[in-house]
Design a protein around this ligand. Structure first.
Ligand SMILES: [Zn+2]
Length: 476
């Protein structure tokens, strides 16, 4: 009896904490998760990314489901369904595996072909941990998004658009107010449009570049060269607008790499380009300049092009270098040979013009100096902005006579020819660059071309008057 009583007390004493623990664990459900939904765009169009952040710090999440529905969809679409393992209720010392989860889902016409304009309701259901006693409901959050699928209105108003491979052209067009980005797309290259000076708010003008390596027929060019306008949610209008296209096949050239030349250019360029580390062998050092540094310099040209002012800073035909012989021309694909083996291929995108050593170099036209410094493979170089994305590059100079920010007149001396950068002998490497892409300068030296391709389209916006043609370089 005595022992039985003791046992009973012991059992009761044991049962109290065990029962207490079981009850405590049985009640220990997770708190409702917090749900946050953010969108990368102001509405839903072609592809809007929603970021969903769900948090439950106590026992962790058990599930996540994201469903899109509402008037913009005929039937709800499950965008995401995921399960997680919450921490067990009876093991408070176990850290939950998923106390916070970030998911992204893409909503829009591209992922949901059934989508129509209207309201899209995105429902996020975040499950939380239960126990043997309690199965708490999940947290549910609904967010409504406006669906817009109408691309901006877009119409070309230019009737004679006749670009050439590696050349430039202009187009005047009308675009609807919802456009946030419009211009001309050719493959990877985009030439942005600008307001037409003096025109209505809907009127735009784009000077556009056709890549020198766009080796296509006229029919293909009409497909590939497109006016585009995109709104703030990715709805895109496209329109073909080219009437004629002139293929201008690339030239071919072979460069024999000689050690004295490679020593000269690598010694100078590495010394003046501290961010570039030599590779250790002469040929590899040279190839790094010819490849990596050339690409970096071209990227800088693209950045400069993006800063061009949206107005014509010039009013006369572009000037070629005086009394110069043409030693290399635009869009030559150069094979580089060393020891009889081909070690590289690069495209030469300018005119090489040679005269006397240290010959004066003149600004081809009026504009603003946007670069005047040592510029990698181009050596001492000057870039002049002429507006609407058009710039001229003068490379390999022995001396620079202007500084960034200077306004220069057509024909003003901006430096002297030389052989700095990737140059064997004294010459001027000259090119026109449109929105960062080198284009053939011969068009800009041609008064007829400027009249027909540009002046007739943009009218008084360009203060260019009929004038005598200038002789191209190398002409007698
Ligand atoms: Zn050159």
């Amino acid at each position: 009896m005595f022992f039985g009583r003791k046992l009973a007390v012991g059992v009761v004493l044991l049962l109290v904490p065990v029962t207490g623990f079981l009850l405590w664990a049985g009640m220990r459900q997770g708190p409702p998760p917090t749900v946050e939904v953010t969108s990368d765009l102001p509405a839903v169009g072609q592809a809007t990314t929603l970021t969903i952040v769900v948090k439950e710090p106590v026992r962790g999440l058990s599930s996540l489901k994201v469903v899109a529905g509402g008037p913009a969809l005929k039937a709800p679409v499950t965008l995401l369904e995921q399960a997680f393992e919450p921490a067990p209720a009876h093991k408070p010392w176990v850290t939950p595996t998923t106390t916070e989860h970030t998911a992204t889902v893409v909503v829009g016409k591209r992922a949901m072909p059934e989508l129509v304009p209207g309201q899209l309701i995105v429902r996020v259901v975040a499950g939380r941990a239960g126990t043997w006693m309690r199965q708490p409901p999940p947290a549910e959050v609904e967010q409504t998004f406006e669906v817009r699928l109408q691309p901006p209105a877009l119409t070309s108003t230019s009737s004679f658009v006749h670009p050439a491979q590696g050349g430039a052209e202009a187009v005047v067009y009308e675009v609807g107010p919802s456009s946030v980005k419009d211009g001309v797309q050719v493959g990877d290259w985009f030439s942005p449009g600008s307001p037409l000076p003096g025109g209505a708010p809907s009127q735009r003008v784009a000077l556009f570049a056709v890549p020198y390596d766009l080796e296509v027929s006229e029919a293909e060019a009409k497909e590939k060269i497109k006016l585009v306008a995109i709104d703030d949610v990715g709805n895109r209008a496209e329109q073909g607008f080219v009437h004629k296209f002139f293929p201008r096949p690339m030239g071919k050239d072979t460069i024999e790499l000689k050690e004295p030349f490679m020593k000269k250019v690598t010694g100078e360029i590495y010394a003046r380009t501290p961010e570039l580390q030599p590779k250790g062998s002469l040929v590899d050092d040279y190839l790094q300049l010819n490849g990596d540094l050339r690409r970096a310099n071209n990227a800088t040209l693209k950045e400069l092009g993006a800063k061009s002012v949206p107005k014509f800073l010039w009013g006369e035909t572009f000037l070629p270098m005086q009394n110069a012989a043409v030693k290399g021309s635009f869009a030559d694909r150069r094979a580089y040979l060393y020891d009889g083996k081909q070690v590289d291929t690069q495209d030469h995108l300018g005119f090489d013009l040679a005269s006397l050593e240290r010959a004066p170099v003149q600004a081809a036209n009026a504009g603003t100096v946007v670069l005047a410094r040592y510029f990698g493979i181009f050596g001492n170089a000057v870039v002049i902005d002429h507006g609407f994305g058009l710039q001229t590059l003068y490379a390999h100079l022995s001396s620079i006579g202007v500084k960034e920010g200077d306004t220069v007149a057509r024909g003003a001396e901006i430096g002297r020819t030389g052989a700095t950068g990737l140059a064997g002998g004294d010459h001027l490497h000259f090119t026109t660059v449109l929105h960062g892409l080198p284009v053939n300068p011969i068009e800009w030296w041609d008064a007829h071309w400027i009249r027909d391709r540009l002046k007739l389209k943009v009218g008084d916006t360009l203060p260019w008057a009929e004038q005598a043609p200038v002789a191209p370089p190398g002409a007698p």
